[in-house]
Design a protein around this ligand. Structure first.
Ligand SMILES: *Cc1c(COP(=O)(O)O)cnc(C)c1O
Length: 390
């Protein structure tokens, strides 16, 4: 079986190093707020190119702490609106609603599946204060339209960089260093994955960095003195130790993902399968395009159930990212007592998000996939004979 997320195989590559460093952490007996987390923060900031990295427990925390920090700084308040793509993973939206702000679920682009930067103006109201851009599936969501829009309306831009570690623009700037602040995930199956939960906040803003660090430490910058009603959101020394090892390999792993994506895009050809595409479109070889790190390889088909069953019969596992869009989730079905409405979504965005949720299918992609496995996936897809209903 070719799995979509083979964590055993991906970690086997550096198992010896991981075991050794785990033993070192155990022997030392220092598990939180230690030198390995500090080393990770410094290394991560220098790779991304931003001034501050604050390690924390996971990406949902990173994002909600960023929003909360802006509230504590007086730059956001309850009831403010934050534009975010309607087809994102629920965590992006939870970070907004958890702080009692209102997500404006905006139309995704039908090709990139990222926030449609050409349709941003449709979501603006006098209450809009921020945009959360999600680099979905590993592709950077950024462009001049977004920069101009944020400047025109004086908006804070927060990046959800959970899926796109190592992606960069043509000018070399990395995702996570494009907006005012970014949340990062090191959930085990992400491109840069820990062996458990871990996350980080990055920013170039000194005040925001200090506020986030304080919030993540119970709201306390000075021991036993609590400035804010904060959180306990820390990265373990153990996870930092693992991540420091994995950082050595991540760029070559991302390149391997690009090679596989290139092979899939060049050689999968089927009238019922829509392949992912780079955005804006590029005539370059996919393997050389820095703006996508292919966390997921997501195709679209109107016969998804049939295709998934056929692939499984042929030893290929698939997943769906994501089957239910945030606006259809039970948790948002009631009215918020605070704001009167848990989110805003217009019919165009709703239709697009629901269509994508019905049609997307993630094929296996991973740096440890063998050439034979890649070949098997291509051949299997190309020889699919979908049944018509009648
Ligand atoms: C995984 C993910 C998150 C959440 O990350 P955690 O570390 O699991 O909290 C947030 N946003 C997106 C787009 C994700 O894929």
């Amino acid at each position: 079986m070719i799995k979509t997320m083979d964590l055993q195989a991906t970690n086997a590559v550096y198992a010896e190093e991981l075991k050794q460093v785990a033993a070192e952490v155990i022997d030392k007996g220092w598990f939180l707020l230690g030198e390995r987390v500090k080393a990770f923060e410094q290394q991560y900031a220098s790779i991304i190119g931003c001034k501050h990295t604050i390690a924390c427990a996971n990406c949902l925390d990173a994002l909600r702490i960023i929003v909360r920090a802006y509230m504590e700084m007086g730059k956001l308040k309850e009831g403010d609106e934050v534009i975010v793509a309607a087809n994102t993973y629920i965590a992006s939206v939870l970070a907004i609603t958890d702080n009692r702000l209102i997500p404006v679920l905006a139309p995704p682009h039908p090709v990139s599946h990222n926030l449609d930067l050409g349709r941003l103006e449709e979501s603006i109201t006098p209450r809009t204060r921020a945009v959360m851009v999600v680099h979905l599936y590993g592709q950077v969501c950024w462009g001049e339209e977004l920069e101009a829009f944020a400047e025109k309306h004086n908006l804070i831009v927060i990046e959800d960089n959970a899926q796109a570690f190592g992606a960069s623009l043509e000018d070399g700037r990395f995702s996570g260093n494009l907006g005012h602040a970014a949340g990062h995930s090191f959930y085990p199956s992400k491109n840069l994955g820990a062996l458990g939960d871990a996350g980080a906040i990055t920013t170039n803003d000194d005040t925001l960095a200090q506020t986030c660090r304080t919030l993540a430490n119970y709201g306390s910058a000075v021991r036993y003195v609590n400035q804010y009603a904060g959180y306990n959101s820390r990265m373990d020394e153990l996870q930092a130790a693992f991540l420091n090892i994995k950082l050595k390999y991540i760029f070559s792993e991302n390149n391997r993902r690009r090679e596989i994506a290139e092979a899939f895009c060049q050689r999968i050809s089927h009238p019922d399968i829509m392949l992912p595409a780079l955005y804006p479109s590029s005539d370059r070889n996919i393997a050389e395009v820095a703006s996508h790190v292919w966390h997921l390889f997501v195709v679209r088909t109107q016969k998804r159930e049939q295709l998934a069953a056929y692939l499984l019969d042929n030893g290929i596992q698939t997943q769906i990212h994501y089957p239910i869009p945030p606006h259809r989730q039970q948790c948002y079905s009631g009215q918020s007592p605070v704001t009167g409405a848990p989110f805003i979504i217009h019919s165009g965005a709703k239709e697009l998000a629901e269509r994508l949720a019905d049609e997307v299918l993630s094929l296996p992609i991973s740096p440890v996939m063998t050439p034979d496995e890649v070949e098997h996936i291509i051949q299997t897809l190309n020889s699919w004979q979908p049944k018509t209903r009648f």
